[in-house]
Design a protein around this ligand. Structure first.
Ligand SMILES: [Zn+2]
Ligand SMILES: [Zn+2]
Ligand SMILES: [Zn+2]
Length: 431
């Protein structure tokens, strides 16, 4: 179908623009919250998703709770860095020993984002990033690759060594040029990506840019189905009931005696005939005997899984700590599914006329209806109006209950409950 073809092309272009290194369909893995899987499943259905970052890369509160998981796509890999707790030197993430003092990176020193994140193209480094978190030697504490059998520093057996934390959000992916920072010691201007001051050699660890929490994807709202007539009426009745309830509950009524001055009844019956009715709906929901008019693709719903008729909407890319000194840049995506929304015409009973009877007595009757062979009688409507006089002021009461109406003999007296708007809310016999 031509419409779909155009949409697919637009989607492909969109995708190519957003994630140049990716093919549609690449690396769609179910999202696993690493923290969650490490700790084991919990009983609650909701799991913390977006994690807010506070200064210095320390992770704190979970601010957003999601109902279900989105698709997390890998954009690429970047090199992280870490700061030596002994000498405050900044070090490249893959370095296991400090460039400044030679001490190994302790297991409680977290990786941080560099001032500017460049996607790695070196396949060996990418393989390292994908290989999983590094482990710390139980004997000397040195970081070793996750698949190492023996410690590269002391030769100790790494069986059962503890793996580094992986999956932590380190911040929004930093693609923009890092800019400049001032050395905390000599105030000389330095490139923000520099580890040490070019003038005095001091560590620039303390002026490192703070990470920013990522934003989730924001899908557009789906087209709403038109209200079926019955539902619309139901909704109006419901709203009216709520409003009436408010009046009953919050507005005080006044009660006094009134005398029936006049009554009036109206009864009407609609005459129905078959006619063409125009409407719009999702193609799949249109009755099979309807004649389909023009169709267009409209946003039907948003889902977590890719689909042939879906447009991908992704959130801001952000970086995860892989535990290997490299970060995985990912983005969460949802899929806006488009379906055909069509106009259609079909034959249905429509109201062509209304026959009404009315009178000023207590003997209402239904009007005489003479139907033609292609006509039907609709549901009759009745309404009754009673005018009371109280202290020379007229009060009108209306009802649809014919049994109640039959009691309002002209001249009889009643207790009227009148609200602040001078409307008769209810009527009781005057005893
Ligand atoms: Zn050091
Ligand atoms: Zn060791
Ligand atoms: Zn300096």
């Amino acid at each position: 179908m031509a419409l779909r073809g155009t949409l697919r092309q637009a989607q492909d272009e969109l995708r190519a623009e957003a994630v140049p290194d990716m093919q549609f369909g690449d690396r769609f893995a179910p999202v696993v919250d690493p923290e969650r899987s490490r700790r084991g499943a919990r009983n609650d259905n909701t799991h913390p998703f977006w994690q807010i970052l506070v200064s210095g890369g320390i992770l704190s509160a979970h601010v957003r709770t999601r109902r279900h998981s989105m698709v997390r796509k890998t954009v690429g890999y970047v090199e992280l860095e870490w700061t030596c707790p002994n000498c405050n030197s900044r070090n490249p993430g893959p370095n296991k020993f400090c460039n400044g003092c030679g001490a190994p990176q302790p297991d409680d020193v977290e990786f941080e984002q560099p001032a500017e994140e460049k996607l790695i193209t070196d396949q060996a480094k990418i393989a390292r990033a994908k290989a999983g978190p590094d482990v710390h030697c139980p004997y000397c504490g040195t970081r070793n690759p996750g698949d190492a059998k023996f410690c590269g520093s002391c030769g100790g057996d790494l069986t059962g060594a503890t793996a580094r934390q992986a999956g932590r959000v380190v911040g929004v992916h930093r693609t923009a040029p890092a800019g400049m920072v001032n050395c905390p010691s000599c105030h000389a201007e330095n490139d923000a990506t520099a580890f040490n001051c070019s003038q005095c050699g001091a560590s620039l660890a303390d002026v490192r840019a703070k990470p920013v929490a990522p934003e989730p994807p924001t899908p557009t709202a789906a087209v709403r189905k038109p209200f079926p007539g019955g539902l619309a009426i139901g909704l109006i009745v419901f709203c009216f009931a709520v409003v009436a309830g408010v009046f009953f509950l919050f507005i005080r009524t006044e009660t006094f005696v009134g005398q029936v001055q006049s009554v009036e009844w109206t009864r009407s019956i609609p005459i129905l005939a078959m006619g063409e009715v125009e409407n719009e709906d999702w193609l799949e929901d249109i009755p099979s005997d309807a004649e389909i008019g023009t169709c267009r693709l409209e946003h039907h719903h948003t889902q977590d899984e890719p689909a042939p008729n879906a447009e991908e909407v992704c959130g801001e890319p952000y970086t995860l700590d892989t535990g290997s000194g490299y970060g995985e840049v990912v983005q969460d995506c949802v899929y806006e599914v488009y379906e055909e929304y069509c106009s259609y015409t079909m034959l249905d009973w429509i109201e062509i006329d209304t026959i009404t009877a009315s009178g000023g007595d207590l003997n209402p009757y239904w009007p005489q209806v003479n139907l033609q062979s292609d006509q039907q009688q609709g549901e009759g409507e009745e309404s009754y109006e009673i005018v009371f006089m109280a202290d020379d002021v007229p009060y009108t009461y209306t009802t649809t209950d014919s049994a109640e109406f039959s009691q309002f003999t002209v001249g009889s007296t009643w207790q009227l409950n009148v609200n602040a708007l001078d409307a008769v809310v209810s009527v009781e016999p005057d005893r």
